[in-house]
Design a protein around this ligand. Structure first.
Ligand SMILES: Nc1ncnc2c1ncn2[C@@H]1O[C@H](COP(=O)(O)OP(=O)(O)O)[C@@H](O)[C@H]1O
Ligand SMILES: [Mg+2]
Length: 262
C-alpha cells in the first residue's frame, strides 16, 4: 500500500475544505468545509435544493468537485492544483479511499433480483474478493443486528420500506466502512416505518460509528447527533452542538427553517 503523509489529526475521519461544485456553471456548493471526528454523529439539515446530497456525493466520489480539498482519514482524495482546480489522486487510491465509506440512500437501492442475503454479500464478494463461507455468517450476524434474520431469503419486493432500509444499512456495514453517510434515509418511508430505521441508526451511534446524516428528522438530529449543520443555498449557514443549536439558533435563516420544521 502506498504511504501517504497524514496532515490531519489521526481522529479526523473526513476533512473537507472549501468545497466548490457547480452544475452547468450554476454553483451548488459555495465553499463548504467540514471536519468529522472519529465516532462523531453529525446531522446536516436544510431546505431542499441547498446542496446537501451533492455534498455527500462529493465526499463519496459519486460527484467530482470543482475546487477544494478532501481528505478521508488523512488520505488525500482531491486537492487544488496550481490552476486552483481540484485534481484527484489516481484511480486505485480513489477506490481504496472509497472503501472507507459506506452510503445509505433515500431510495434503498437494493438489487431487486437478489435475495436479502445475496444483496448483503454481493459487494464483499465482488469488490473485496471475500469467500462466501467467510461473509455469509457475517451477513447473518448483520441481519440479526438489524432484526431481519428471518428475511434472509426474501426478495426486496416482499419487504416494507423500513425493512428495505435496514437491509441497506446491513449491506453498507458488510463492507466494514469506517464512516457511514446517510442521505435522508427515512424520507421515502411511511411515518410509521421511520422509527425502526432511526432505532437502527441510534444503535450504530451508540456503538460509536462515525456517521454523517442528511435528515429531515429533527428529533434524530437533536437526540442522536452530536453536532448539527444547517446548510442553505450551497453554504453552511450555522452549526453547533445539537443541544445549543436547537435551543438557541443564531441566524434568521436557521430560525425560519426550524420554525417550519418543528
Ligand atoms: N446531477 C445534477 N445535475 C444538475 N443539477 C443538479 C444535479 N444534482 C443536483 N443538482 C442541483 O443542485 C442543487 C442542489 O441539489 P441537492 O444537492 O440535491 O440538494 P438537497 O440534497 O439539499 O436537496 C439543486 O438545485 C439541484 O437541482
Ligand atoms: Mg437531497
Amino acid at each position: 500500500m502506498q504511504s501517504t503523509t497524514r496532515d490531519t489529526s489521526p481522529d479526523t475521519m473526513i476533512s473537507a475544505q472549501n468545497i466548490c461544485k457547480g452544475f452547468g456553471g450554476v454553483p451548488v456548493l459555495r465553499g463548504v468545509s467540514l471536519e468529522l471526528a472519529r465516532g462523531e454523529v453529525v446531522a446536516i439539515i436544510g431546505p431542499s435544493g441547498s446542496g446537501k446530497s451533492t455534498f455527500l456525493r462529493c465526499l463519496n466520489h459519486l460527484e467530482t468537485i470543482d475546487s477544494g480539498r478532501i481528505l478521508i482519514e488523512g488520505d488525500t482524495l482531491a486537492d487544488n492544483g496550481a490552476d486552483g482546480r481540484a485534481q484527484y489522486v489516481p484511480e486505485a487510491q480513489i477506490r481504496r479511499i472509497g472503501h472507507k465509506m459506506g452510503m445509505v440512500f433515500q431510495s434503498f437501492n437494493l438489487f431487486p433480483h437478489l435475495t436479502v442475503l445475496e444483496n448483503i454479500i454481493e459487494a464483499p464478494v465482488i469488490v473485496k474478493g471475500m469467500k462466501r463461507e467467510q461473509i455469509v455468517p457475517k451477513a447473518e450476524a448483520l441481519l440479526r443486528k438489524v432484526g431481519l434474520l428471518e428475511k434472509r431469503d426474501a426478495y426486496p419486493n416482499r419487504l416494507s420500506g423500513g425493512q428495505k432500509q435496514r437491509v441497506a444499512i446491513a449491506r453498507a456495514l458488510a463492507m466494514e466502512p469506517d464512516i457511514l453517510l446517510f442521505d435522508e434515509p427515512t424520507s421515502a418511508l411511511d411515518p410509521e416505518l421511520t422509527g425502526e430505521v432511526l432505532r437502527t441508526m441510534r444503535e450504530l451511534a451508540q456503538e460509536h460509528m462515525t456517521m454523517l446524516v442528511v435528515t429531515h428528522e429533527m428529533g434524530f438530529a437533536r437526540e442522536v447527533a452530536n453536532r448539527v449543520i444547517f446548510m442553505d443555498k450551497g453554504e453552511i449557514v450555522e452549526q453547533g452542538a445539537s443541544d445549543a443549536f436547537f435551543a438557541a439558533p443564531q441566524h434568521e435563516r436557521t430560525k425560519a427553517f426550524l420554525h417550519n420544521m418543528l
